[in-house]
Ligand binder design. Sequence first.
Ligand SMILES: Nc1ncnc2c1ncn2[C@@H]1O[C@H](COP(=O)(O)OP(=O)(O)OP(=O)(O)O)[C@@H](O)[C@H]1O
Length: 297
Amino acid sequence: MSDTVPTPAIHATGLRKQFRQGDGTPVVAVDDVDLTIRPGEIVAFLGPNGAGKTTTVDMLLGLTRPDAGTVEVYGMEPGAAVRAGRVSAVMQTGGLLNDFTVEETVRAIAALHGRADRVETVLERARLTGIARRRVEACSGGEQQRLKFALALVPDPDLVILDEPTTGMDVATRQEFWQAMRADAALGRTIVFATHYLAEADEFAERTVLMNRGRIVHDAATSDVRAAYGGRTVTFRPPAGVVASGGIDSAWLARVREALEPLGVTDLEVSAASLEAAFLALTAESPQAPELVGVAR
Ligand SMILES: Nc1ncnc2c1ncn2[C@@H]1O[C@H](COP(=O)(O)OP(=O)(O)OP(=O)(O)O)[C@@H](O)[C@H]1O
């Protein structure tokens, strides 16, 4: 058996990028980011507005040159990996031609890549076969995003990078989009996506890279992010005497925090913390105490 380590899909070290705002003030968008992603991983880049997700993605794709640091995609310079069809992207911006049908759009891009053989497959992968003859302008936002996804699949890339692919979609459309993605990921493609949506990282990514202010503040299995930082939510039934119209008596609650059982608390229920709580804890200026929630029944 060979013990050769496969070439990483992404290997970035010391990535840094600074911009200047309109008034000349410097903004460090990405600050000393190290990142290695193995082939076949599904990784979410999660972070608030301005965290540096898009700038990082742009550097991974060779669209922006880092001020410092190195990036390799399958051992190549990012632009070369894009040209070789090893990596492609679904970006936030980037137009489609309104007058083309879905299928014509895919055929045009497939012709550019010399991959006319891929048209049927990618239409199916992106769940577009049923609307192949629909004009782009008649497609919903979610359908247009699926079309962009189909275009990204044309060169049969080993790695797909998606920058906030579901922005502006409603819940149902978003779910449909991820179903298409999940079916494709099951075939072993490496997928990296940036998102604001905690639920998307939670549902879809095995690994979450949490960014804040240009830095990676946590990088672990998505389940570990939740477990390590989310704390726990405690739900309980208080004795009737401490419940008033304004809520549960606060002095009593303080005592509960010290010692739950001797106070006659019943139906104690401890549930797993949400990724949302983990996210807030990680991006807060100061650490937050785990939440204690009382439910009077
Ligand atoms: N071309 C630019 N010129 C000046 N500042 C920029 C430029 N691009 C990004 N920035 C700044 O760099 C920081 C990181 O931006 P970036 O778009 O990478 O964050 P993001 O995490 O993708 O945010 P969002 O979720 O809002 O898209 C922000 O403060 C942003 O204002």
